[in-house]
Design a binder for this molecule. Sequence first.
Ligand SMILES: Nc1ncnc2c1ncn2[C@@H]1O[C@H](COP(=O)(O)OP(=O)(O)OP(=O)(O)O)[C@@H](O)[C@H]1O
Ligand SMILES: [Mg+2]
Length: 250
Amino acid sequence: MKKIIDINNISHTFDDGYMGIKNISLSIFQGEFIILAGKNGSGKTTFLRHLNGLLLPDTGHLIVNGQDVKKHLVQTRRTIGMVFQDADTQIVGDTVFDEVAFGLENLKIKRSQINEKVTQVLEDLNLFHLKDRNPHSLSGGEKRKLTIAGILVMDPQVIVFDEPFSNLDYPGTIQVLTTIIDLNRSGHTIIIATHDVETVIYDATRIIIMEQGLIKEDGAPADIIRLLEFYGVKEPSTSKFGLGIQPWRK
Ligand SMILES: Nc1ncnc2c1ncn2[C@@H]1O[C@H](COP(=O)(O)OP(=O)(O)OP(=O)(O)O)[C@@H](O)[C@H]1O
Ligand SMILES: [Mg+2]
């Protein structure tokens, strides 16, 4: 398997002196589907923000496709797309269509090509009927999907989701989950920080547990699942009832 991300002993201390992540080292390979779990405040978002250089480490190195993130921010951000929980802060366009087209326009791609790509992604995510709406007028779940569309249209190798299921209803959760699974099947590397381990564990290849800025566990879902509750993360009910890891989507 091809190594995409190599993280070597990174730490990050905030301005107030609080150490958000401590001595994290790990490698991420193409095609992995990783769940990042841990209690509130364990450092998941802080860690994820380092993956595309939104935060830089005080010590250590992050290498993406052989290049140091610090020195190759633009390239890193094309390789690693981030879908944050708070969609509103990411919205810049006046319409849903423009919002998704925005990243491509910055790359000076031909208009006809942009229209074709944006239309395809909007159709894939079942958002095309909303294309002329103001993004701020969308519901929370629609906004989440819009943010995903804006990332997918750029075709990143790795897609990072921070709490992708929060505030979504059941159909919304299924739609986002299906999108994520399809992306992984088509070769994308997926990293998801979530408290809803149950929703994604069936498709995951690896679970990493954080606590107080440290990586405490890192392994196959079947091995890590029993340790979740020790770290304050809800164990999937099928596992609790001795049924192992079952798909959440029926
Ligand atoms: N800018 C900041 N300055 C100081 N401390 C911060 C800053 N940002 C985050 N922290 C602290 O760092 C710790 C880790 O925060 P982080 O957002 O990474 O946690 P998390 O695991 O994503 O939690 P959640 O599950 O609630 O999303 C928390 O204690 C948080 O208060
Ligand atoms: Mg977080």
